[in-house]
Write a protein that binds this ligand. Structure first.
Ligand SMILES: NC(=O)c1ccc[n+]([C@@H]2O[C@H](COP(=O)([O-])OP(=O)(O)OC[C@H]3O[C@@H](n4cnc5c(N)ncnc54)[C@H](O)[C@@H]3O)[C@@H](O)[C@H]2O)c1
Length: 339
């Protein structure tokens, strides 16, 4: 069987913990290159997987011509690396947030389309078993219309996650562009759009740097969202949940409530107004401490093998990013932003 030649650009935490092991476990993949300015990171992986190490993605793209590229770099490089890879004829799986601006996101989509390659965004929350089940339950209609919701994602911050710890790019605004909101908030804007099959109509954001020292990227955000359907809810992202890490979503609906990720054992609990309680143990939601297989890499490879556009496309990533950018605009102007 012909294997897809994959290059990984950025060999830090997300590459090491999810992309690389998931590619390695996929029988249809062959690694051809690893890129990182910290060359030892790339070299170690290149030696392990019999591939080449590079410090520059431009040099890698012109020398190797990979068929697919994972972009696992700091945020400010997502657009330039994606566009360069697409122009070199490679399909791209880019980490979230897909870009720093809407213009960049549009240019990435355009580059993929112009070159006839696929662009997928690593919005792995959609594929987590509790969220897959939650979508089914919402679609079944048993809960009725969603009236209001809250979705939140908080952990102690990227210093405990990034390969560079406290010295990480996550805390440098020129490279991160956005802090907790871009890191965690965009997961939740994507999840809400996906689970509700609805778009965000209006956003108000309160975003600040409350506790992380020596940085001006945001470490906390609380946003109000009004959906096109009329549902109203809150979206919270935090890097200062030093205790009580949280990745949960609750929907209050006409016929009851659905709680996702609020119970240590059952990932979904549905309580209906008629007194029925349903509990679903369907598999964990990933946390920083306990990584679950994301499914993103398998979905990306499957789409290349079957020549099918990825469902978590550039267009989807762009809409989820737009919500986050609107929240920043709201914070800056003090206004409600309509999308
Ligand atoms: N989907 C998820 O759940 C999830 C989780 C964590 C991070 N991420 C995203 O993944 C991306 C990477 O984050 P991370 O946690 O791996 O960060 P990290 O700090 O652990 O690693 C980043 C790596 O990129 C390298 N790098 C810097 N400049 C580069 C360049 N020009 N070319 C190639 N590599 C370069 C760094 O040397 C480092 O090794 C970010 O966009 C982040 O938002 C996604």
């Amino acid at each position: 069987m012909k294997k897809i030649k994959v290059a990984v650009v950025g060999c830090g935490a997300i590459a090491q913990r999810r992309h690389i092991p998931e590619y390695a476990a996929n029988p249809n993949v062959e690694f051809v290159a690893f890129v990182d300015p910290v060359i030892e990171r790339a070299e170690e992986l290149a030696a392990k997987y019999n591939a080449k190490a590079f410090t520059s993605y431009e040099a890698m793209l012109s020398e190797i011509k990979p068929e697919a590229v994972s972009v696992c770099t700091p945020n400010y490089l997502h657009a330039p690396v994606t566009i360069a890879a697409a122009n070199a004829g490679a399909h791209v799986l880019v980490e979230k947030p897909m870009a720093s601006t809407d213009e960049e996101a549009a240019a990435m989509i355009e580059a993929a389309s112009k070159n006839g390659v696929y662009l997928m965004v690593g919005h792995n929350q959609r594929l987590m078993p509790p969220h897959v089940k939650a979508k089914q339950l919402l679609q079944s209609g048993a809960l009725g219309r969603v009236l209001t919701f809250r979705t939140s994602f908080g952990h102690p911050g990227p210093e405990g996650w990034s390969v560079d710890g406290k010295g990480s790019w996550f805390f440098r605004k020129e490279e991160a562009i956005m802090g907790a909101m871009g890191d965690l908030g965009v997961h939740k804007s994507d999840l809400i759009r996906y689970l509700l099959d609805d778009e965000v109509a209006q956003v108000t954001g309160y975003i600040g740097t409350l506790d992380k020292e020596g940085t001006d990227v945001d470490d906390n955000a609380t946003c109000l969202l009004r959906m096109k359907s009329g549902a109203i809810g809150t979206l919270v992202a935090s890097w200062t949940y030093y205790k009580g890490e949280d990745n949960s979503t609750v929907f209050w609906c006409e016929n009851g409530v659905m709680k996702i990720g609020t119970d240590p054992k059952d990932q979904i609990i549905v309580e209906l107004r008629n007194g029925t309680v349903e509990r679903y143990n369907v598999g964990a939601i990933s946390t920083n401490d306990k990584q679950e297989t994301s499914g993103v890499v398998d979905a990306f490879i499957e789409s290349l093998l079957t020549n099918t556009k990825p469902s978590i496309s550039g267009e989807e990533g762009r809409k989820s990013l737009a919500v986050i950018l609107a929240a920043f605009e709201s914070q800056a102007t003090g206004r409600v932003i309509s999308l």
